[in-house]
Design a binder for this molecule. Structure first.
Ligand SMILES: Cc1cc2nc3c(=O)[nH]c(=O)nc-3n(C[C@H](O)[C@H](O)[C@H](O)COP(=O)(O)OP(=O)(O)OC[C@H]3O[C@@H](n4cnc5c(N)ncnc54)[C@H](O)[C@@H]3O)c2cc1C
Length: 362
């Protein structure tokens, strides 16, 4: 039996950051994953850290996350590929103007900067942007980070501080141990820990349901397309109600969109939908026609779990004190470090008084 104080199940961005923050507090931490770190959503996403599109209730946590991304990169010296570029959220129809008004309102409520751009400003910030864009907001705190680096490098930093990681450990069951704490069962290994965090992304309900903690996750199959590298011309992240676009530090354009691919979580199969992919790419072409010259290198899809309110769930399982969950509900990569941080605070008894504990949603 492998013994630890804090066992983290799932090495996505949430599990890796929770492990890092716990280890920084001097805790004995073991992270396990059914595969390798960030093999699922946290390693295949578009890296977008966009604030303008977030629901009002999760905006404070997104604000915290934006500061944590900055801290990880610039204070803690971990290469997470973070760039605070600022983000533009543009609309194409008069009837969507209310979205920009609402963004301004909720940013103001949270003491965050959000600025309405004039059409001339939009055109100077994104050369050749489509004339269909009728208005846009700008958030200076938005940006992106590199999913190929972020979670893995954060976990590497946690390991340097003493955390352990074991790959290829699919956890099947969590059970109270007679002597206290929990026994956690993988196929060929049993772990014992005082405290256990379930951060298995869309697969979290498999472990939480038997403990009576129900989190409803709607299965999504997001798609991304990446182009060949080009000289830098897109300085900001660019979002519309049905499109996300950015140019990476290396020069590739990443296109994500409102239309999904295919997938079946139970069967662990996923694929792109050519029709929907064409829709997303056509939309990107219409918005920024200059990308037409670029060849597409690759498209892929991945699983993401949406909670009904698009908010993360962070809590302690009511009937199993010492077992915690940290599950993102929408834009889980952007908010991931804050979810990891709150999980760490909860597990170490530093949550706000009566705060984010037991079954409480933020
Ligand atoms: C194509 C795509 C594009 C996206 N773009 C963005 C974006 O631009 N911005 C944004 O904010 N969000 C984006 N997302 C969403 C975001 O990637 C996810 O919400 C986020 O990464 C979830 O992180 P996580 O740590 O909770 O879960 P995951 O990254 O899914 O990690 C969970 C980990 O748990 C492990 N695991 C699962 N079950 C078990 C088990 N039983 N035993 C052991 N280990 C287990 C898995 O192997 C996995 O490594 C995108 C998602 C996809 C798929």
């Amino acid at each position: 039996m492998k013994q630890t104080d804090y066992l983290i199940i799932g090495a996505g961005i949430v599990g890796c950051t929770a492990a890092y923050f716990l280890t920084k507090e001097g805790k004995k931490v073991l992270v396990v994953d059914r595969s390798f770190p960030c093999n699922e959503a946290s390693g295949v996403n578009a890296g977008g850290l966009e604030l303008l599109q977030q629901p009002p209730k999760s905006l404070p946590l997104h604000k915290e996350a934006a500061d944590l991304w900055d801290r990880l990169q610039n204070e803690d010296g971990i290469d997470v590929g973070y760039q605070r570029t600022g983000g533009i959220y543009a609309i194409l129809r008069e009837e969507d103007l209310h979205m920009l008004d609402e963004q301004e309102e909720r940013f103001a409520k949270n003491g965050m900067e959000c600025r309405r751009l004039t059409i001339d400003e939009i055109r100077s910030m994104i050369p050749w942007v489509s004339h269909d864009v009728i208005a846009a907001n700008f958030s200076p705190k938005s940006g992106y980070s590199n999913p190929l680096k972020a979670g893995r490098n954060v976990l590497a930093a946690a390991k340097k501080l003493g955390a352990e990681f074991m790959a290829h450990q699919t956890i099947r069951k969590i059970e109270p141990a007679e002597a206290g704490g929990y026994n956690v069962y993988a196929e060929e290994e049993v772990f014992h820990a005082d405290k256990v965090l379930v951060s298995c992304g869309i697969r979290s309900p498999k472990l939480l349901d038997p403990l009576g903690a129900r989190i409803e996750l709607q299965e999504q199959h997001n798609m991304i397309t990446v182009t060949e590298k080009a000289p830098h011309f897109l300085d900001y992240t660019f979002t519309t109600p049905t499109l996300t676009m950015k140019q990476t530090a290396e020069g590739s354009i990443l296109i994500g969109g409102g239309r999904e691919g295919y997938g079946e979580l139970e069967a662990n199969t996923k694929d792109v939908s050519i029709n929907n992919l064409c829709f997303n790419v056509r939309e990107a072409l219409e918005m920024v026609p200059s990308i037409k010259k670029l060849n597409i290198l690759r498209s892929w899809s991945g699983f993401e779990g949406f909670t009904p309110e698009r908010l993360p769930y962070i809590g302690e399982v009511e009937d199993y004190p010492g077992v915690y969950y940290a599950v993102t509900g929408f834009c889980g990569y952007a908010i991931g470090p804050a979810v990891g941080m709150h999980a760490c605070r909860m597990m170490t008894g530093q949550g706000e008084p009566g705060g984010l504990r037991a079954e409480r949603r933020i």
